[in-house]
Design a protein around this ligand. Structure first.
Ligand code: DP6
Length: 384
């Protein structure tokens, strides 16, 4: 029996203007637009191989070697259903095409970073899945059009279909057709953007983003202020800061938005806590770095967990890594060691005590590109 195969590799993205809140939970339609930076797949990536065969009896998903119950995942089925519909349209227009839309699909996915690190892997995972199946079906759709499908897997996944700086425009239509990702600027626009990720050891995540944001939508009045008065303006300001290479403004808005997202979590009932003591210590350490530098050279941001992502520019790497090497001296915790580093004069190192214990890993990475097709397929069982 024939088997058709295609593979893709997709990036992680970390939001600088947070998506938090859905107006439609089935279609993952957000209550506000958001912005993120796509990170390099050299350091963090999801790899997916998708196969289709008339021999398959059902759809299946194997994540990091472990079979997942696909029939229970409405999100995954929604993505596959939409991709199949696009394929079916191609087959209808050209009867010489193999009828892949009628075959079941097997999906194999893995990350090049430890999932135990608690880093958001679902965005990269769904982006890789949509890209791989789109390649398998030879779909001509643009990244924007595919982002609409990935959004139904996980909201933030739509932003991982593109490289550089990416916006997710919330849209207003009930069917979600105008809620999709758009590239604000490619990596080449500002290639010197770097990111350091402090993986902070913590108890299991308090509450998943999906259910956390529902609690916020239902109970927080600060959230109403955020989506009505803050985000619409901040979206335009951040976009312009990116287009103008204005790092200080970009960084200030990024930190303000992370802080407001976590404030909105605290304002939910029952309150949601994603940051812990070490997260707050990382905030103080970055604030002190910017004070000692005399300008804003680094921006912290936190998603739905305690890990700290610090954005900075290549030109300030010495100062940023000087701080991080002083805070986390154990070289075994670092994913790379080649960069030179020195602590800024006048830095108050008392603020750093204890961070070393809390940080389990420091990952250095940079702004990255869109998902790509790869010829390196993950292992999949032979088809009889
Ligand atoms: C805090 O995209 O994981 O990382 O749509 O329910 O799958 P679902 O949620 P998800 O939420 C991400 C929330 C965030 C902010 C962001 O990435 O914009």
């Amino acid at each position: 029996m024939p088997v058709f195969v295609a593979s893709a590799k997709a990036p992680v993205n970390i939001a600088t203007l947070k998506y938090w809140g859905k107006r439609d939970t089935k279609l993952n339609l957000p209550t506000n637009s958001s912005i993120s930076v796509t990170l390099s797949t050299d350091d963090l990536a999801a790899y997916t191989t998708a196969t289709a065969s008339p021999a398959y009896k059902d759809d299946s998903l194997v994540l990091n070697g472990i079979p997942e119950p696909i029939e229970q995942s409405a999100r995954l089925s929604a993505c596959l259903r939409e991709l199949r519909a696009l394929r079916a349209a191609l087959e209808q227009a050209d009867s010489s095409l193999p009828p892949l839309s009628s075959y079941h699909v097997h999906v194999f996915s893995k990350n090049n970073f430890p999932t135990a690190a608690g880093l958001a892997s679902s965005a990269a995972g769904f982006a890789a899945l949509v890209r791989a199946v789109a390649n398998l079906f030879e779909l001509p759709q643009s990244p924007e059009e595919l982002s609409r499908i990935a959004r139904q897997g996980s909201g933030s996944a739509c932003r991982s279909l593109m490289g550089g700086f990416v916006g997710w425009e919330m849209g207003s239509k009930d069917d979600g057709s105008d809620s999709l990702a758009v590239q604000i600027a490619p990596k080449s626009h500002w290639p010197t953007i770097k990111a350091a990720i402090l993986v902070i050891s913590a108890q299991k995540k308090d509450i998943s983003s999906t259910s956390g944001m529902q609690t916020t939508v239902k109970t927080s009045s600060l959230f109403q202020h955020r989506i009505q008065n803050v985000v619409p303006r901040r979206y335009e300001e951040m976009k312009n800061a990116i287009l103008n290479h204005d790092f200080e403004l970009f960084a200030t808005l990024t930190m303000a938005d992370s802080n407001q997202f976590h404030a909105v979590c605290l304002d939910s009932m029952p309150p949601i806590f994603y940051m812990n003591d070490a997260s707050r210590q990382a905030i103080r350490a970055v604030e002190e770095l910017n004070r000692a530098a005399g300008k804003t050279i680094a921006a912290y941001t936190f998603d739905a967990g305690p890990n700290c992502v610090i954005y900075y520019q290549q030109e300030d790497e010495q100062a940023v890594l000087g701080l991080l090497r002083t805070a986390v001296p154990d070289a075994d915790k670092w994913t790379s060691t080649n960069a030179s580093a020195s602590l800024l004069h006048g830095y108050n190192t008392e603020l750093l005590a204890g961070l070393d214990n809390a940080v389990t890993q420091v990952i250095l990475t940079s702004i990255g590109d869109a998902p790509v097709s790869t010829e390196e397929h993950l292992d999949f069982p032979p088809v009889e």
